[in-house]
Design a protein. Structure first.
Length: 110
């Protein structure tokens, strides 16, 4: 049996990670190494290795992740000042944990 990855463990509630949001498909929590004043991770509960591993049945999940990110930006008070959404893909693209996740970054004073 394949060992669960870190984000599988987090998404399934096996860690003490505090969720800012959870539904049947995704969880949202703060990045432990933030690169912005607001740095959240939107993580699907389904293990998908990276964007390169998306299949047709995952298309609606990607849309849901983006909508959840938009809603979280509003909850964090950064929706009007602006924010970034980022997928890192593979090592060369900065992916460190090989479980699909969307970064929500914002809160800079500009």
């Amino acid at each position: 049996m394949k060992e669960k990855c870190l984000f599988c463990s987090i998404a399934s509630g096996d860690t003490d990670t505090e969720f800012l949001f959870e539904n049947e498909s995704v969880v949202v929590f703060r990045d432990i190494h933030p690169h912005a004043p607001v740095h959240l991770l939107i993580v699907p509960k389904k293990h998908i290795r990276s964007i390169n591993d998306i299949v047709a049945e995952d298309h609606s999940l990607l849309g849901e992740m983006i909508v959840v990110a938009r809603d979280m930006a509003a909850r964090e008070g950064i929706s009007t000042s602006g924010y970034k959404l980022l997928f890192n893909v593979e090592r060369g693209g900065g992916q460190v944990i090989f479980h699909l996740h969307l970064h929500l970054l914002g809160g800079w004073k500009r």
